[in-house]
Design a binder for this molecule. Structure first.
Ligand SMILES: Nc1ncnc2c1ncn2[C@@H]1O[C@H](COP(=O)(O)OP(=O)(O)OP(=O)(O)O)[C@@H](O)[C@H]1O
Ligand SMILES: [Mg+2]
Length: 358
């Protein structure tokens, strides 16, 4: 499962957001460095097609797709030099697939710290860039020496130099315009700012104008490098403790729609290039996560390795089409369920039934 790491200054509301997304009850407090160990949880990805399919099939169980969320210790200025919980913080970030920058925009005199999301973004970016710069500088020296003897390393050196130049100018790699040719060489560097990002602006509840303003300012500062979502994390964390129906009612009443979980997990899915397909029957209806572009046997393997090994064919119909027809049997009888082979690229929202033989 892909991992989304919550990154922010102390007291930004990372754990509140973590609790809102995962339904966990990790400690939240108005003092910095409440979180010292990284905690892991799973955010389910709400999908309204799932409930409708389950209803159609009268399924006994419904299983949504998920994304792993990692609550990382707060970052302090100077973390790249080992300040605050410096190294622990950086190690936590290395292990995730995408970054969710949590930026404080709520006002609360009880909670120490600034409420300036753009300044917070700059502070975070500076630390991440400095950490990357330190790793690139070490490697660049070594590679330059090696390239004198081995000309085949020159391309790698060129890629490193390009990265070094961007970082030295203070630009995180997620918004640097880098030569696609150097992508392979860059992957081997495991740099923090090479990961895709999204930003959550943690706003005061019940202030839509303030939220829109903060969202816009951060969007401009990020320069289109990532999606920006305004979330009232404290309120959403409280809502996450309620029963599902009560929660939906509360969020609906406040004009928050499906809430932060739906918006943030959907944004993370887009960012990570994830897609879902469905299986549906009386036993269960389930959403399965796969990488965009995966073939039918690869998707079968997401369900079980036996299904990939013994893959024969996939029966396929888009969820919306199936829902309009109203039953799998009828869809089959009407010839609307397609039979696809090994080369079929599964599309987001496909309902699959795998024929296999082991
Ligand atoms: N949108 C909000 N409005 C008002 N208060 C908030 C909001 N979000 C979080 N808080 C409060 O801010 C304080 C810090 O929140 P939280 O513990 O989630 O931050 P954190 O980023 O995890 O901090 P740390 O770095 O110490 O782990 C808590 O008292 C929390 O209730
Ligand atoms: Mg915390």
């Amino acid at each position: 499962m892909e991992r989304l790491g919550l990154v922010g200054l102390p007291n930004a509301g990372k754990t509140s957001l973590f609790n809102a997304l995962t339904g966990a009850r990790a400690p939240v407090a108005p003092h910095p460095y409440t979180t010292t160990e990284t905690s892991l949880g799973v955010a389910s990805v709400p999908d309204e097609r799932l409930g409708r399919l389950a209803e159609m099939s009268r399924s006994r169980k419904v299983v949504p797709a998920g994304v792993q969320v990692v609550d990382i210790a707060g970052l302090a200025a100077g973390a790249s030099q080992g300040e605050g919980l410096g190294n622990r913080f950086l190690a936590g970030i290395r292990e995730v697939d995408a970054l969710c920058l949590v930026l404080r925009a709520f006002e609360d005199p009880e909670v120490p710290g600034e409420s300036d999301p753009v300044a917070a973004l700059e502070a975070l970016e500076l630390e991440l860039v400095l950490a990357d710069l330190a790793s690139v500088e070490g490697q660049l020296e070594r590679r330059r020496k090696q390239a004198r003897a081995d000309k085949s390393l020159q391309r790698e050196v060129a890629a490193l130099e390009e990265v070094h130049e961007a970082l030295a100018a203070g630009t995180p790699l997620y918004r640097a315009a880098l030569d696609p040719e150097g992508a392979d060489a860059r992957r081997g560097l495991f740099l923090l700012t090479a990961k895709p990002v999204l930003a959550v602006v943690n706003v005061t509840e019940g202030d839509p104008e303030g939220a829109a303003r903060a969202e816009k300012a951060v969007g401009e500062a990020l320069g289109g490098a990532g999606e920006v979502l305004a979330v009232a994390a404290r309120l959403e964390a409280e809502a996450a403790e309620l029963e599902e129906a009560e929660r939906a009612e509360l969020l609906e009443g406040l004009g928050l729609g499906a809430g932060a979980l739906a918006r943030v997990s959907a944004a993370a899915y887009r960012l990570l290039g994830r897609r879902v397909f469905f299986t549906t029957g009386e036993k269960e209806t389930r959403a399965w996560s796969f990488r965009a572009g995966a073939s039918a046997p690869e998707c079968a393997g997401v369900i079980h390795s036996d299904l990939q090994r013994g893959f024969i064919r996939a029966e396929v119909i888009p969820a919306e089409e199936l829902l309009a027809i109203g039953s799998w049997q009828r869809a089959k009888a009407e010839g609307r369920v397609r039979l696809e082979g090994r080369d079929y690229q599964v599309a987001d929202g496909d309902v699959l039934e795998i024929r296999f033989n082991v």
